[in-house]
Design a protein around this ligand. Sequence first.
Ligand code: AP5
Ligand code: ZN
Length: 216
Amino acid sequence: MRIVLVGPPGAGKGTQAAYLANNLSIPHISTGDLFRANISQGTELGLRAKSYMDAGQLVPDEVTIGMAKDRMEQPDAAGGFLLDGFPRNVAQAEALDAMLQDAGMKIDAVLDLEVPEDEVVKRIAGRRICRNDSAHVFHVVYNAPEAEGVCDACGGELYQRDDDSEETVRKRLEVYHTQTEPIIDYYKAQGLVTTISAMGKVAEVTQRSMDALPSA
Ligand code: AP5
Ligand code: ZN
């Protein structure tokens, strides 16, 4: 199955993607995680992406689309994938459709995670991520690790993202409304979108998402 997860920053895309990808045995492909991996490895792509990310802006399409395509062409993605953070504007959605069409494939479902803006701010302010594995995501109040600053899953150090300052989050939300939300209508025209309330417990949101998928 090929699934796109959409939702504002802090909606819980990464959190849900980890469970959904595991349940469905498909890779979780996050363009944000790919950029952060490039930044920590000091690659040219990472250097280029960092200034946009720190400003809460989208990384240019010519960088992003190629990177996403390379990842989707890896052998583990041949049977399907869960996209988190891509596509993020209509040009990326069109490029993705063209890419899949060339390969005789298509997107099967789009899950639109909905969460009020004040909740987004609370979720992002308290988010802590493991340095060893970006799938290990915690929250200081909602999903606190047993020991402060230490990952429950692997013992790694937890850190706060550079783009999680209040000012940058505000910018990311604005970019989400102006550039990313239009892809929801783009996919609605294809009959692919289910809107999911991302409020409540993580497991409840996972269940709603699983229930919304075609074969679930
Ligand atoms: P990206 O990494 O994709 O960030 P984002 O979309 O802003 O989303 P987040 O990762 O902030 O939030 P999330 O929805 O995954 O929430 P999470 O699960 O962590 O992108 C970062 C930047 O990269 C962009 O700004 C852009 O510059 C660039 N970029 C990436 N893709 C791009 C593209 N395609 N084109 C151009 N540029 C691109 O959850 C948040 C917190 O809430 C956590 O602490 C979690 O524990 C907690 N939480 C989760 N669920 C619940 C719940 N149900 N109840 C309570 N707390 C919860
Ligand atoms: Zn960890």
